[in-house]
Design a protein around this ligand. Structure first.
Ligand code: GTR
Length: 448
């Protein structure tokens, strides 16, 4: 266990870092705006936003086994510490998903349009039937890939919040039959919603940079409300113990992450897509999901979380903004039963979120925050990156280029990347452009 100061100067060990650039060296690290802090202190919910009130805490050391042995080589990380940490997250936080590709799973490529988006893209839609049974749970995968690519295309995969039809106004996108969050439309997908989330999917910019984008609706995998896991994929796969779901049974985040692995199963069958260069990305609750997907699924070559906050990239022990108690109350279905006991006692958790980032190592991982999004604790998200860095260094990668909070709109990119950008809780084109810079750097922009 290592001590941390309340102001976030962390990890005395492995302090060797490289300055990001001469320009950054002189610039001030980001701090929350005083005006925003004042405003937040005057409105509910009552959450901790002042750095001075962050409790002092001790983070589990990523390089010490539960039995106290220090991890000093890559093999011990790989064979012992990584599996141990994965098990901690499965047991105490996200729950345990079924292992591997489900027997009977079937893909139906029901749409291939080589002249989509005014000829710029090929659109594919694939029904992924998880059990292969006609009435079993299924998700629709929507893929746009740039036309004229020289070979298989590196791909960003992300879930969406409202249905595939919300990501783009393309009328050929099939409406989901699943429950949706839009209660004004009777919780159904409608034509009127087409393109309503397009700001999160700057398709023209993504395609122009030579990347494919694949998306599926999280609610096809598990509808996002607490119904005791009667709908979604869980009932088709759950193994009850004495008629009950065990306290480490998979919650919604684990189910969504599992769905992303099934998307990867499909990519491996599609020669247009470069399954060896797939970046898993997600925003907010779906950013918590992309991090867990990247931990459980090593076929993802890059892992990106956008404004994922509590239960995602932010350190739980800081209890800043959204807390474990609060998230368990608002969204009890996101995590497993065992996680409920840690509300208000984050220090008892045998893990924290820097360990989740470390599970991506040595693959590139990128964490992004937004200046106005204090609910998601930008500093806590950065400190998670700092906390994961020793693992990246042990594995022989450059890791995170600085242990100091970068200035606003100054991305840092090593094997671990981070930025805090101007603006609020959103997945913006600025975020996408940085993720593509990061992918160019690690996947090689000349590969296409
Ligand atoms: C909020 C929740 C966050 C975040 C966000 C979202 O209400 O408190 O943890 O996940 O929703 O997913 O948009």
């Amino acid at each position: 266990m290592l001590s941390l100061g309340t102001l976030g100067i962390v990890f005395v060990l492995f302090a060797a870092v490289t300055a990001c650039s001469a320009e950054d060296a002189g610039a001030q690290g980001w701090t929350a705006s005083a005006a925003l802090l004042k405003e937040l202190s005057q409105r509910p919910p009552d959450a901790l936003y002042e750095e001075e009130r962050v409790p002092s805490y001790v983070l589990p050391d990523p390089l010490v086994l539960v039995d106290g042995t220090r991890v000093t080589d890559a093999q011990t990380w790989r064979d012992k510490r990584r599996p141990e940490i994965l098990e901690l997250f499965r047991t105490h936080m996200y729950g345990r998903a079924p292992v591997g590709r489900p027997a009977g799973m079937a893909f139906d490529v029901f749409d291939t349009e080589r002249n989509a988006l005014a000829g710029k893209a090929t659109r594919k839609q694939v029904r992924v039937n998880f059990t292969g049974k006609p009435d079993g749970p299924a998700m629709d995968l929507l893929v746009y890939l740039p036309n004229g690519a020289k070979g298989p295309v590196p791909t960003f995969v992300l879930l969406n919040f409202g249905g595939n039809h919300t990501v783009c106004a393309d009328p050929a996108i099939r409406l989901t039959a699943s429950w949706t969050r839009d209660d004004k439309s009777g919780n159904r997908a409608t034509d009127a919603q087409r393109g309503s989330a397009s700001s999160r999917f700057p398709l023209a910019a993504i395609l122009a940079r030579g990347y494919a984008v694949a998306t599926a609706y999280s609610g096809d995998i598990d509808p996002d409300f607490d119904d005791g896991f009667k709908n979604g994929v869980q009932p088709a796969f759950d193994k009850l113990v004495e008629g009950k779901r065990p306290p480490d049974a998979w919650g919604s985040i684990a189910a969504w992450a599992w769905g992303l692995s099934r998307a990867m199963d499909y990519f491996e069958t599609d020669s247009d897509l470069d399954a060896k260069h797939v970046a898993v990305l997600g925003h907010s609750r779906l950013g918590k999901t992309s991090l867990w997907a990247g931990a459980e699924e090593e076929r993802f070559a890059m892992v990106i979380s956008n404004d994922s906050g509590c239960g995602g990239a932010a350190l739980s022990r800081r209890a800043y903004g959204e807390t474990v108690a609060r998230i368990n109350k608002s969204f009890p279905h996101w995590f497993c039963g065992n996680f409920k006991q840690y509300g208000g006692s984050e220090g008892e958790l045998p893990l924290d979120q820097h360990l989740l980032l470390a599970l991506a190592a040595p693959r590139p991982v990128y964490v992004a925050s937004a200046d106005q999004d204090l609910w998601a604790d930008p500093r806590g998200e950065f400190l998670s990156c700092v906390g994961a860095d020793p693992v990246y260094k042990l594995l022989g990668t450059p890791g995170l280029p600085t242990d100091q909070m970068p200035p606003l709109d100054h991305p840092v990119m090593g094997t671990v990347g981070y930025h805090v950008r101007t603006g609020g809780h959103a997945l913006s084109e600025y975020d996408w452009e940085r993720y593509m810079d990061f992918a160019d750097r690690h996947f090689g922009s000349t590969a296409r």
